[in-house]
Design a protein around this ligand. Structure first.
Ligand SMILES: *Cc1c(COP(=O)(O)O)cnc(C)c1O
Length: 387
């Protein structure tokens, strides 16, 4: 699954220490697949998944739009060449002065999920477009985003009514069915809920026009995932079922599905040990762990494919841990990970499908371990540059 270009880069450059290598051609291909599968839908890349400038520049050049969560992310998208009308401030939790800064930078599309957030936007971004995020159950997702964001549908009606009353453009709704969502029906439930809010507001002469379908599009880790086209078909039939011939404009906010499979982390085995001489379980310590960028192994939620130099030889389950002096820095223990018995200290491993939610999750230097560097390959010229 690791692209030849990434393997060539690692063989030629032999970077010391753990690093993430991202192949821009894979990002381009993912964008094109999404754009083909969702031809009438706006694509807002969720910047938080991987904000490397080269990725943002490539996507800006492909006419992607951007879902941002902070003023800094807005500035990154602008620096990459996106115009402000292609940027959504999609975080429902914003300081009022950040709303003002975003407005000054030209951003006119904001997410809300409560009345107080609407008030901030009405004061600092008068006339802006706002969409209300509704709760979903997150069921079926490997990395659920439920509970913290969004409100119940009845409250969403009140929130948007309030926005309308304050002179904002109450334009629509959003939801996020949970990240790494492999249940195609998750969108059906959420679209059905959204339709109820559209109807309730329509009765008050507030006509919503936009439905933000969020992210959730998966990356292939150890198991197959449905194709992008299957998502598009499931979502289109949910829209048809619930909205009939009064379809809203739609947008999607892919993060993981855009960049996950474009990146590979190179790591090294620092130590292999056992807790007693006759303990069958090996502990394999890598030079990267939860604090070096693999935070999504929390609760063993995301299980990455790992390639070793001795793949194909006999394996036995291992506990895999990171290098820091924190006992939370264990990646896989509840479900031990099979690794070759011939694995040796010093061997280099590839942790695949790590393009999303890794580099920015690395601590700034816990225990003195440097943040994870990113190298970019592909994208026209093969010169790699450290980010
Ligand atoms: C994180 C996030 C996304 C991206 O989710 P993925 O599952 O990575 O596609 C999209 N929208 C919002 C509002 C987010 O917070």
């Amino acid at each position: 699954m690791t692209s030849q270009r990434i393997l060539d880069f690692l063989a030629a450059e032999r970077p010391d220490g753990p690093c993430l290598v991202v192949d821009l051609d894979v990002v381009r291909r993912n964008f094109q697949h999404l754009a083909e599968a969702f031809p009438a839908t706006g694509i807002y890349y969720a910047v938080k998944a991987n904000p490397a400038p080269e990725i943002l520049e490539l996507l800006a050049s492909l006419n992607s739009s951007f879902d941002t969560a902070s003023v800094a992310e807005i500035e990154m998208a602008l620096a990459a060449g996106a115009s402000p009308d292609r940027i959504s401030y999609g975080n429902t939790i914003k300081k009022e002065r950040d709303v003002a800064r975003a407005h000054a930078l030209g951003v006119r599309l904001f997410a809300v999920d409560c009345v107080d957030e609407v008030e901030k936007i009405a004061r600092q971004a008068p006339g802006a477009r706002v969409f209300c995020r509704v709760l979903t159950d997150g069921e079926g997702a490997e990395w659920p985003l439920s509970r913290k964001f969004g409100c119940h549908t009845e409250l969403a009606v009140k929130v948007l009514e309030h926005a309308h009353g304050l002179g904002l453009d109450a334009c629509g709704l959003s939801f996020h069915v949970g990240s790494q969502q492999c249940d195609l029906m998750a969108w059906d439930r959420a679209v059905g809920d959204a339709r109820k809010v559209f109807l309730a507001l329509g009765e008050k002469n507030i006509n919503l026009s936009m439905l933000n379908l969020g992210g959730g599009f998966p990356t292939r880790y150890l198991r197959d995932v449905p194709a992008t086209l299957a998502y598009a078909e499931a979502i289109q039939s949910a829209l048809n079922r619930h909205f009939g011939n009064r379809l809203p404009a739609t947008i999607i906010e892919p993060g993981r599905g855009m960049v996950g499979d474009a990146g590979v982390i190179k790591t090294e085995v620092v130590l292999i040990s056992r807790k007693s001489e006759d303990d069958p379980m090996r502990w394999v310590y890598l030079d990267i762990g939860k604090f070096g960028g693999l935070a999504e192994t929390m609760d063993e939620s995301i299980r990455y494919p790992i390639r070793t130099p001795c793949d194909g030889s006999e394996t036995a389950p291992c506990i895999i841990a990171g290098p820091t002096c924190d006992s939370a820095d264990v990646l896989y223990e509840k479900t031990p990970y099979p690794l070759p018995l011939s694995l040796r200290i010093g061997d280099e491993l590839l942790i695949e499908a790590t393009g999303a939610y890794t580099s920015t999750y690395a601590s700034v230097g816990f225990n003195g371990f440097a943040p994870l560097p990113t190298y970019i390959v592909g994208g026209g010229d093969d010169a790699a540059a450290a980010a």
